[in-house]
Structures are given as structure tokens and as C-alpha cells.
Write a protein that binds this ligand. Structure first.
Ligand code: DMJ
Length: 444
């Protein structure tokens, strides 16, 4: 009896080890995507998101805007999931309407839906995707009607009523990839000019040392929070300066990026004991006010790599991976001075995986595929449930919560799939990903 137990134990631990060493394949990631899509179909069809624990659904507004199908469509195309992309396409074209009397957050709708519809159009060729994008663009455009040209945060899709003049750089400066593409595809110049002007207006309000703060009043143009950093609330402003140059070849964007990144690397970067981090500083003084860094900041190695700064990109991704490994899955935020967790949730974010994908693309180093294997295994282990993938309320206790954002299918699984795929599986050079991982091709 004793021996049988011992042998069983040896066999189980042997097979566990073998399992751990099995390479993670693109097919394995595809199966996880299908697991989520099938849960959406079963429990949330026609709604925005599936709720993975209660196996129900969540809508952002009083009418669904099909967040998950629109956000996930191009991932299906990239994964070669023909049946699934066909059913998502039918659902979108049959039932998505923006003629709704409801207020939406312009930033979220732009990156997820406008970006998703434009890449769907470019991949699929069906003009109805472009017509939907054009209709949405027209309804969002009133946000730019402010004295400064920087947008309000919320707009009613039917009435054009605006709300919330206190905005942040990310929500002000994250629209040119989507609206600029819409402009090129429809020939309507104002789609390019308004978001570009908003970026320029924001850049023009940088401090003497070249930094932006975190909250600005778009009516008066006054900063109401002068903390500068790279994380949520500013993050994709930096990303879009660089990527708009890459996608449109707009020299103003390149000049704004060059000056901004120099200031960020001078003041916000924090090299401590051989590790690179980016914390918080005052935008006017450059004096350090905080040493917090988190899962949103983990997008920065990708941007640094795309700009050609491989040294900082690799160093920063190594720091991000240390953060991930503190508890086997990354917390929302840590204090990198004390290496303690300051916000313990994990909301299925993609950024660290996105950065590993960019680094693997540029360096071809195995280290990044190996990181991908760790990400895959920990995600499956801690977040996978019958109804899809659940957020973690706490990365230390691993307690789950009932939400799966559409970016898990649009970004997290897409970047993971690309990370474990062959280097040449994807035409990286001719595509620019928006901040929600929707790949846009320069066809104009
Ligand atoms: C996504 O919606 C986008 O990547 C955005 O830029 C930041 N937050 C989420 C993912 O974490």
C-alpha cells in the first residue's frame, strides 16, 4: 500500500514536470481563445462581455455595443478561426448600431470599437465595417469642440451632448491612429486634423522641462494634476506620438516623440541597483514624488523597442518580469523601492506580454518565448474557469472576481499567440497595432 502510494506520487510528479517542460504552442493559445469565445457564445451572446464566474453577461451601457465580438474579431482572423470570425461578423453587421441615446467614453470606444472595426475592414474587405466605423467616427467627433481643441471625455452618441472637461493625456492623445486611418480610408480630412490638433495642443502645454501632467482642463487648458509618469492616464499618449509617426509618417509626431522621450528618460526613469523603473515626478520640477510601477507601465518596453532603444527596453522588461514573478502573476501596482504590492488586483492585462512579443520580434532571443511560457502557464493556472478567464481580486490569495474584459481576447491572447509563434508568422513591418492591439495596415 505504502509502495503503491510512493510510486503513484513519483509518477504524478514526473508527469507534472514533463507537463511543465512541454513547449507552449500557438495551438494551445488558440484553444484558450476558443474556450473564452465559446463561453461568450453560451452565456453572453449579443452582449458586451461574459461574466466568467456567474456565467452571465455584462453590458457597459443600456444597449450592448458588442465589445467582445468587435474587439476579438481580428484575433480570430490572425488565428485562422474562420467559422468563429464568420459568426462574429454576422452578429456585428446584423445588430451593431451607434444610433443610441447613451453616453460613452470616447477613449474606450475609439480604441476598442473604432480600432476593431477598421482592422476588421482591412482584413475582411467588407465595406459595411467601414460604414460602421464612419458612422461611429462622426458621432464621436463633437468631443473636440472645445476652446482648446482637446476633447471632452464623454459624448452622447445620439445627441452629441458632452461631459467632463477634466481629461488626461492618454484620453486626449490616443485617437490619431484610429481617426487618422478613418480619414485616409474615407477621404474626410477632419478625422485626421482634430485628433492631431488635440495632441499638439497637449504637447504645447508641456512644462519647461518637457513633461506633461496627469489631469488637464480642456476648456481652460490649465493643469489640475501635475504628476508625471508613464502609466495609466498618460501611457498611450506616448505610444501614439511614436506610432502615428510610424503609420502616417507625420514629422510633427516624430518631433513631439523625440522631445518627449528625452524628457521622460531624463526625469521619470529611475535606475536603481542595476534595475530600470519609471516612477512619478512633478512635471515642472522633475523631482521624484513616487516609486510606483505596475501592469499598465509594462507597455513601455514595447514602445522603447519600437523606437530602437533596445537597451532600456530589455532592462525594463526584465524589471516587469521580476514584478510578475513576485507572486507568480503580476499585481496592478508595486512600490519598486520596497518591492511591496500597493494594488493587488490582476485584471487580465496584456502589456507585459505585448512587450515580450516586441522584444522577441526585435532580438529573436529565446528568453522572451520562455517568458511567454510562464505567462501562459500562470494564466491558465490562476485565472481559467469554466466561463472563460477571471480577474484576480488579489494576486497573493489568488481570489478571483467575476469579470473578463474584451481586451483579454483582443490583446492578451493575441500577443501571447504571436509571442509563441514563429518569428515570420506575422507581417510586423507593415502593421501598426493600436493600443488595443488592432493591427492597422498603411494601405493609402
Ligand atoms: C486596454 O484597453 C488598452 O491597452 C489601454 O491602452 C490600456 N488598458 C487596457 C489593457 O490593460
Amino acid at each position: 500500500m505504502k509502495y503503491t502510494f510512493l510510486i503513484a506520487l513519483i509518477l504524478v510528479s514526473g508527469s507534472l514536470r514533463a507537463q511543465q517542460q512541454t513547449p507552449v504552442t500557438p495551438e494551445m493559445v488558440k484553444q484558450e481563445f476558443l474556450h473564452c469565445w465559446n463561453a461568450y457564445k453560451k452565456y453572453a451572446w449579443g452582449h458586451d462581455d461574459v461574466k466568467p464566474l456567474t456565467k452571465s453577461y455584462r453590458d457597459w451601457h443600456k444597449h450592448s455595443l458588442l465589445m467582445t465580438p468587435v474587439d476579438a474579431f481580428d484575433t480570430m482572423v490572425l488565428m485562422g478561426l474562420k467559422d468563429e470570425s464568420k459568426e462574429a461578423k454576422e452578429l456585428i453587421l446584423d445588430s451593431l448600431s451607434f444610433d443610441r441615446d447613451m453616453e460613452v467614453q470616447s477613449f474606450e470606444i475609439t480604441i476598442r470599437l473604432l480600432g476593431g472595426l477598421l482592422s476588421a475592414y482591412q482584413f475582411d474587405g467588407d465595406k459595411r465595417f467601414l460604414a460602421l466605423a464612419d458612422d461611429l467616427g462622426k458621432r464621436l467627433l463633437p468631443v473636440y469642440n472645445t476652446p482648446t481643441g482637446m476633447p471632452y471625455r464623454f459624448v452622447n452618441l445620439q445627441t452629441g451632448k458632452l461631459r467632463d472637461s477634466l481629461n488626461n493625456p492618454a484620453e486626449i492623445g490616443t485617437a490619431l491612429i484610429e481617426f487618422g486611418t478613418l480619414s485616409k480610408l474615407t477621404g474626410k480630412q477632419e478625422y485626421y486634423d482634430k485628433p492631431k490638433n488635440a495632441m499638439v495642443q497637449l504637447f504645447n502645454r508641456r512644462s519647461k522641462i518637457g513633461l506633461v501632467g496627469s489631469t488637464i482642463n480642456v476648456v481652460t487648458g490649465e493643469w489640475t494634476d501635475t504628476t508625471s509618469y508613464i502609466g495609466g492616464g498618460i501611457d498611450s499618449y506616448y505610444e501614439y506620438l511614436l506610432k502615428s509617426w510610424r503609420l502616417f509618417g507625420d514629422p510633427d509626431c516624430k518631433a513631439m516623440w523625440d522631445s518627449t522621450i528625452a524628457a521622460v528618460n531624463t526625469y521619470v526613469a529611475d535606475d536603481r541597483g542595476g534595475r530600470l523603473w519609471y516612477g512619478e515626478v512633478g512635471m515642472n520640477s522633475g523631482v521624484r514624488t513616487g516609486t510606483e510601477f505596475g501592469s499598465l507601465e509594462a507597455f513601455f518596453p514595447a514602445v522603447l523597442a519600437l523606437s530602437g532603444d533596445m537597451d532600456r527596453a530589455q532592462k525594463l522588461e526584465a524589471s516587469c518580469f521580476t514584478m510578475w514573478n513576485l507572486y507568480g502573476i503580476e499585481p496592478e501596482e508595486i512600490n519598486y523601492q520596497t518591492m511591496t504590492v500597493t494594488d493587488s488586483v490582476y485584471v487580465l492585462r496584456p502589456e507585459i506580454i505585448e512587450s515580450a512579443f516586441y522584444l522577441k520580434h526585435f532580438t529573436h532571443e529565446k528568453e522572451y518565448t520562455q517568458m511567454g511560457e510562464t505567462f501562459y502557464r500562470n494564466l491558465v493556472r490562476y485565472c481559467r474557469v469554466d466561463g472563460g478567464y477571471a480577474r484576480l481580486k488579489n494576486v497573493v490569495t489568488r481570489e478571483q472576481s467575476d469579470r473578463q474584459d474584451s481586451f483579454f481576447l483582443a490583446e492578451t491572447l493575441k500577443y501571447l499567440y504571436l509571442l509563441v509563434s514563429q518569428d515570420n508568422a506575422f507581417d510586423f513591418e507593415h502593421l501598426t497595432f493600436n493600443t488595443e492591439a488592432h493591427p492597422i495596415r498603411r494601405t493609402w
